[in-house]
Design a protein around this ligand. Structure first.
Ligand code: BEZ
Ligand code: FE
Length: 282
């Protein structure tokens, strides 16, 4: 048993208090690593008392910024790359399957279920774009009954829920279900880049680090089908100025889709993008 805490024995002093009789093994494992890394960090930077107070105030204000509509801790996790790291560890899939990326705070359950070909842009603003592709299994066979829940910002870079009363409810949102051919096909807009919310501690951190708050233009999708892993992903616009510096580290090369000028006269752009789901059995 250690005696009192000193600079030299600080980790051991805390860890000796874990009671294996009552502490579940996984919690003990997590707390052991957490205390070890946290103390190493404090020692690494020789944290001053003033800096410790700033950190406590920062975390306090992060909590105070949270509400039913705002999750500042997740935004902090996103902008520190932790959300994407957790996502990577928990979604180690076959390389042929479409990659996962961050969910973000703007998904709303219960969007309208629409027929293939429908237009989700209810305000009629922005550059129209036809999104078309197939939902496939790892062998390239179409998946029938796949559900695509899609959402994007409007032409000014805001989601409908950020502008209630300004944008129509469910603007740029919809749910589509594939038939036997696995094809999905809908009209939306070519999305635009936008900043993550910066009016809180996460924004202060970005400014302090000399970082911009922008996400490159993307359309969100959640794709589910019976027997397959749920896919949470984006389709990115490749020529976006922020494609190499996404504020939340969500970009993956394989999620950059072609946005091509459309020649059928119906939409300005078309975006062909096939989606591949990984089976739960693999
Ligand atoms: C989004 O893409 O909607 C998003 C993701 C992470 C933080 C903020 C926004
Ligand atoms: Fe987004």
């Amino acid at each position: 048993m250690t005696s009192f805490l000193s600079e030299d024995n600080s980790v051991k002093a805390v860890l000796d208090r874990i009671d294996p009789a009552t502490c579940p093994p996984r919690f003990a494992e997590i707390m052991t690593a957490l205390v070890g890394h946290l103390h190493a960090f404090v020692k690494d930077v020789s944290l001053t008392t003033e800096e410790w107070e700033i950190a406590i105030d920062f975390l306090t204000r992060t909590g105070q910024k949270c509400s039913a509509e705002r999750q500042e801790f997740i935004l902090l996790s996103d902008t520190l790359g932790v959300s994407m790291l957790v996502d990577a560890i928990n979604n180690r899939r076959d390389a042929r399957a479409t990659a996962n990326t961050v969910l973000g705070p703007f998904h709303v359950a219960g969007a309208p279920e629409l027929a293939m070909g429908a237009n989700i842009s209810l305000d009629g603003k922005g550059e129209t774009c036809r999104f078309i592709g197939r939902v496939l299994d790892l062998n390239g066979a179409p998946i029938a009954g796949a559900r695509l829940d899609v959402w994007s910002d409007n032409d000014e870079g805001f989601y409908d829920v950020q502008q209630p009363g300004i944008q129509p409810k469910w603007n740029n949102r919809g749910i589509f279900t594939t038939g036997a051919d696995g094809v999905y096909d809908f009209i939306g807009i070519k999305p635009v880049s936008y900043p993550v919310p910066v009016d809180g501690p996460a924004g202060e951190m970005l400014t302090g680090m000399g970082r911009h708050p922008f996400r490159p233009a993307h359309t969100h999708l959640i794709v589910t089908a019976q027997g397959y892993h749920k896919l949470v992903t984006h389709i990115f616009v490749g020529d976006d100025p922020y494609i190499q510096s996404d504020a939340v580290f969500g970009v993956k090369e394989s999620l950059i889709a072609p946005f091509e000028p459309c020649t059928d006269g119906q939409t300005a752009w078309q975006c062909p993008f096939d989606i591949v789901l990984a089976p739960k059995s693999a």
